[in-house]
Design a protein around this ligand. Structure first.
Ligand SMILES: Nc1ncnc2c1ncn2[C@@H]1O[C@H](COP(=O)(O)OP(=O)(O)OP(=O)(O)O)[C@@H](O)[C@H]1O
Ligand SMILES: Nc1nc(=O)c2ncn([C@H]3C[C@H](O)[C@@H](CO)O3)c2[nH]1
Length: 332
């Protein structure tokens, strides 16, 4: 049913892919559509298994004072009983959110707050440095060439999006399948791994968005979905998530941070692209209207955090964030 809808969408919006970096007129998704996303009547936000008010989803000092009393800084591991088979139990969560919303910054904050947690970063540097050395033989010396697939994808999304999604998904999986570090294996309680994005955002945010934009055609989309499902069925249990932390901020705020960060490959990224990614996040994690193909992922708990808050300069805000995350881990 969903794919039928997407196909209709595609037919009526042929070759809109270049809008990704704003080279042609932008497509659909009017401002009103965007603004209404993620809000239910009465100003409530639906976050995974919970429904909370917008006020509650922002950082409330009083509530967090109580939280920090219950979960002191010194204790990072989950309080649940360790397994009897001697194998460390691991809770895995992913941090999801729009481009430049602050996932890496937030992940660094978590890592510095608790050395018993492991943060697995998004393999961006692999995407920027693909060894594409092609020695054709003969007497010429071997050539070493490096491709920047991230740049290629942003410069010519119609040509490179499918290739990008194959590599991003594969490299995420490979990175996340790495053995646990010894300090987590030997931990007494439940260890925590925090992934920066996941194979699920690869499919349900980016690849889906590229398909809707026409940067991935319907054959590529069918092929992507087929191998993605196979990979997740075969390896998914080793990187299975128990929760998602959704860093949520208006696309305008993400644009501001993206420009401030100044990553060269992202120079042409337009607000419209961030708008679309925002909508995909809201559909997946707030409205729950994205069609998900993996049973466990349909019910996954989501902790929503107001990422528009500046926390780098304010220790109280940082502590409140950490406390919320600790509380979330403890109920997973
Ligand atoms: N809470 C915050 N307040 C103000 N600035 C922030 C905050 N979080 C991140 N930043 C700044 O925003 C920029 C983007 O942050 P960061 O690189 O962490 O984003 P990201 O979500 O990991 O990006 P990407 O989607 O590309 O992986 C950086 O310059 C960072 O210093
Ligand atoms: N097309 C596409 N598909 C993905 O799965 C994906 N994951 C991340 N990105 C882009 C966002 C940042 O610019 C940069 C770092 O997050 O890489 C992606 N782009």
């Amino acid at each position: 049913m969903m794919s039928l809808v997407y196909r209709c969408f595609l037919l009526s919006h042929v070759s809109k892919c270049k809008t990704l970096i704003g080279r042609t007129q932008t497509i659909g998704f009017g401002k009103n559509a965007r603004r209404s996303q993620g809000k239910t009547p009465g100003g409530f936000l639906r976050a995974g298994n919970t429904v909370m008010t917008q006020a509650a989803s922002s950082l409330s000092t009083m509530a967090n004072k109580a939280d920090s009393d219950r979960f002191p800084w010194s204790r990072c591991m989950s309080s649940k009983t360790p397994p009897r088979d001697g194998k460390a139990r691991v809770k895995r969560v992913s941090i999801e959110g729009n481009i430049a919303v602050g996932k890496s910054t937030f992940a660094r904050l978590l890592q510095s707050a608790c050395s018993d947690w492991e943060v697995v970063v998004e393999p961006v540097s692999q995407w920027q440095n693909i060894d594409s050395g092609t020695s054709k033989g003969g007497s010429a010396p071997p050539q070493t060439a490096v491709s920047n697939l991230l740049q290629m994808m942003y410069q010519d999304p119609e040509r490179w999006s499918y290739t990008f999604q194959t590599y991003s998904c594969m490299s995420r999986l490979r990175t996340q399948l790495q053995p646990l570090p010894a300090r987590l294996l030997s931990s007494e309680g439940t260890a925590v791994q925090v992934y920066e994005r996941s194979v699920y955002s690869d499919r349900y945010i980016f690849a889906l968005n590229m398909f809707e934009l026409g940067c991935i055609n319907s054959t590529e989309w069918a092929v992507y979905q087929d191998w993605h499902s196979l990979l997740v069925e075969q390896f998914g249990h080793k990187v299975a998530l128990e929760g998602i932390i959704y860093l949520r901020a208006p696309p305008e705020k993400c644009m501001e941070r993206l420009e401030h960060r100044g990553r060269a490959e992202e120079k042409g990224v337009k607000l419209d692209y961030l708008d679309k990614l925002h909508i995909q996040h809201e559909r997946w994690l707030v409205d729950k209207s994205t069609e998900i193909h993996f049973e466990k992922m349909k019910q996954i708990p989501v902790l929503q955090l107001d990422a528009s808050v500046e926390f780098q300069s304010d220790p109280d805000v940082r502590q409140q964030f950490i406390t919320k995350v600790k509380n979330f881990f403890n109920v997973l």
